[in-house]
Write a protein that binds this ligand. Structure first.
Ligand code: GLA
Length: 737
């Protein structure tokens, strides 16, 4: 007998065989219990109203495909069955979702279905950032699997959001045995699919050139995208997508995957000999082992699965929507953000109170709303080789402390923000004299240094207590409105002398749990502070940090032309409002390039706008131009920061970039167009808008009117004369009668 629950419930459960169908109007995700109680994957993609078990895996005779001894058969084997969470050491020779070492030395583990529960909304994950939902916004299915020989339970959680094509997944393993076991891998999810005509899209890069979009066809073998840095890292964002071979920004299927985790991560994309695809994401299992005492559990971070059947823009918009409404917990997540001036590229370490006051006053005059004092205000920090950890104001530079600067900002109606790099320590510091053992290192052995600094072991409570106390003191005494939380090197020699030899595989993850614990305390204690995360620019731009800090310094590369690619790649999943984007001086610090102020302004105005230059050095005509930029941004800020974002032209494929922002009611839009190199006898290039109401008439820059359908389908010529390299244009669209 088949029992089916109502559609509105989001999760339909049918019996005989037991099948789970998670679906809303946009997406369906189906799996069920197969022979031998194995949990098998059926379908993930565009929503279907009904599922009649069409994807039950066919019984096919396979060679070299072991089956359970009790049912000896050659047509049922884990080696080819699409599974929900593959074990290790048994008949499935593909990548395992979980590896556990038992006291007898075995590493074989295979789970079978036991039971399930469904809850309204979404339970939080203990100690980890994760998406959240009200009771009526989502439903969560938790499936309990058991491994009776090994005395383990595995809980797979699936949340489906009511109004988004999003499923989130995580896994928790529990030890029911009498002895501790060691978890050596636990993927956050594993997904098998027979669909293989797909491209893999990923975001890789390096310092100052983060999140390059790279697309390649899936092929047989294993592809690993990972970070072993103890941070999500500049080089590989914890995100990838499987997309149709012919997917574009506006058409084709795209499956986006992202891990809500800020430490070492690993994505495995495998295509086996039968061309079946398996994708997994989770904590990197290199140097990872977690002891599980009897009755204890280990919880994986959460992964987000987004589906789109209308290309990449739609996938990105779903990520943006999810992150804004169900991930960023800050009270500022939905508030427009202040335009800031950061003094880093203006002064570096050399400043005094008077100079900063002049910068503040000049910024105020330009219309800037917040001053951020970057590195160099503490200890004896005149260069990057000292004082990290000594979070005490440098009285040589600022004899009266920070308060007068903060008061001055407040007296002008501006906000005051401050840079910290809490997770680090300089050897030249009082903190190092007092607590050399707080460093992440192997005592007595050679260690690696980077930017003259070492990493503090945030896995230890006393380190976190110290940082919480120091930061609270400064926040209270300097009356801060904003904190830039930086992290300027990655982990090496990951070791904690206070832990036993067999616990060393836990250090990296304990660090991340410690970091989250500290952030939880600090953000709870200071809900009014706007936090921005940073790691040498965008070296830790991930969903885990966004949970605590609703904006990120996108890249140390402030070159507007380089930023086109960086911001384009970043927008694949991170919302525009989260992207710190600053106008800096020319020639650019990182590239030496001279880009017109107009284009620098427009690129930075495509994100969360700020300035990173000395306003006192601006020429009078530049001051006037900056004033206008700021005025313009303020007028369009809400639309840019919270409108629907569309990528229109791809800087990775052409010498042009275009994107646009459309208000929810489609009555207003702004589009920006960038032409990287000027050409003689240039061919004509078009710009087609997107996201408009086809039957609505719009005025374009107040110069002419056209219907949405014309602007989208026919398009315009955005630049009709050669104004040199790095030229740009902006189009303001307003609905008219
Ligand atoms: C990192 C950040 C910069 C700046 C410097 C200060 O590189 O990304 O924005 O804060 O540190 O040392």
């Amino acid at each position: 007998m088949t029992q089916t629950s109502t559609k509105s419930e989001l999760i339909e459960v049918s019996s005989n065989p037991l099948t789970f169908h998670l679906h809303n109007s946009q997406v369906s995700y189906v799996f069920g219990v197969e022979d031998e109680n194995v949990l098998a994957h059926h379908y993930y993609g565009k929503s279907v109203d009904h599922y009649s078990n069409l994807r039950r895996y066919p019984r096919l005779m396979r060679h070299f495909a072991p089956s359970p001894e009790e049912i000896e058969t050659r047509d049922f084997s884990l080696s080819t069955l699409p599974q929900e969470f593959p074990g290790a050491g048994g008949a499935d020779y593909r990548e395992p979702g979980i590896v556990v070492e038992f006291p007898n030395g075995s590493r074989t583990v295979n789970f079978t279905y036991d039971s399930y529960t469904i809850t309204d909304g979404k339970p939080q994950l203990a100690g980890l950032p994760a998406t959240f939902a009200q009771k009526d916004e989502a439903k969560t299915l938790t499936v309990k699997l058991v491994e009776n020989d090994a005395h383990l339970e595995l809980y797979l959680s699936y949340t489906i959001f009511r109004d988004l094509p999003v499923i989130t997944r995580s896994a928790r393993v529990k030890n029911l045995g009498q002895q501790p076991v060691q978890v050596q891998r636990l993927a956050s999810f594993s997904l098998d699919s027979p669909d293989n005509e797909l491209n893999l899209l990923q975001l890789n890069g390096r310092y100052a050139q983060e999140r390059n979009v790279t697309v390649e066809p899936l092929n047989t073998g294993i592809k690993i995208l990972d970070s072993k840095r103890g941070a999500s890292g500049h080089t590989q964002n914890p995100f990838c997508a499987l997309i149709d071979r012919h997917a574009t920004e506006f058409s084709g299927e795209a499956f986006g995957f992202c891990l809500i985790y800020s430490g070492s991560h690993k994505s495995i994309i495998q295509m086996d000999g039968y061309n079946q695809v398996r994708i997994q994401m989770g904590i990197n299992d290199q140097n990872f082992e977690w002891w599980l005492e009897p009755q204890k559990s280990f919880q994986s971070p959460e992964a987000v699965l987004v589906h789109s059947d209308q290309g990449l823009n739609s996938m990105s918009q779903s990520f943006h929507d999810l992150f804004l409404n169900h991930l960023m917990k800050s009270k500022y997540s939905h508030q427009t953000r202040p335009i800031l001036l950061n003094n880093w590229e203006a002064t570096y370490f050399n400043f005094d109170e008077k100079q900063l006051q002049d910068i503040i006053s000049s910024s105020h005059d330009l219309g800037i709303e917040m001053f951020v004092l970057d590195d160099g205000w503490f200890g004896e920090r005149d260069a990057p080789d000292s004082s990290l950890g000594d979070w005490v104001v440098d009285r040589k530079k600022l004899p009266n402390g920070l308060k007068p600067l903060s008061d001055y900002c407040h007296s002008l109606g501006m906000k005051f923000g401050l840079w910290f790099e809490p997770e680090m320590i300089s050897v030249k510091s009082k903190l190092y004299e007092d607590h050399p053992d707080w460093v992440l290192e192997i005592p007595g052995q050679r260690r690696s240094i980077d930017r003259s600094q070492f990493v503090l072991n945030l896995g230890r409570a006393e380190v976190r207590d110290y940082l919480l106390e120091r930061m609270s003191y400064i926040i209270d005494h300097a009356d801060l409105d904003y904190i830039k939380w930086d992290m300027n090197r990655n982990m090496t020699e990951v070791y904690d002398a206070k832990l036993s030899a067999s616990e060393q595989g836990e250090v990296s993850h304990r660090y991340i749990l410690g970091l989250y614990d500290l952030l939880e305390h600090l953000t709870d204690k200071y809900p009014d502070i706007l936090f921005e995360s940073c790691s040498g620019g965008g070296g830790r731009y991930d969903a885990g940090m966004l949970y605590y800090m609703p904006q990120t310094w996108t890249s140390d590369n402030t070159d507007a032309i380089a930023r086109l690619k960086i911001q384009y790649g970043t927008s694949l999943l991170y919302p525009v409002v989260s992207m710190g984007a600053h106008v800096s001086a020319v020639p650019n610090e990182q590239t030496g390039r001279m880009t017109p102020l107009r284009t620098r302004g427009l690129v930075a105005s495509s994100g969360n706008l700020g300035y990173e230059l000395n306003p006192l050095n601006l020429l009078e005509n530049e001051r006037q131009e900056v004033k206008l930029q700021i005025k313009w941004y303020k007028a369009h800020r809400h639309l840019i920061q919270f409108g629907k974002f569309y990528r229109l032209q791809d800087p990775f494929e052409t010498m042009r970039t275009a994107w646009m922002f459309v208000s929810d009611d489609k009555k207003a839009a702004v589009a920006m167009y960038f032409n990287i190199f000027s050409e003689a006898s240039s061919p004509l290039h078009m710009l087609n808008f997107a996201g408009l109401d086809p039957s609505q008439k719009y005025s374009v820059n107040g110069e002419y009117t056209a219907y949405g359908s014309e602007l989208m389908q026919i398009g315009i010529y955005p630049l009709t004369q050669n104004d040199g390299d790095f030229d740009s244009a902006v189009f303001e669209l307003k609905a008219v009668e």
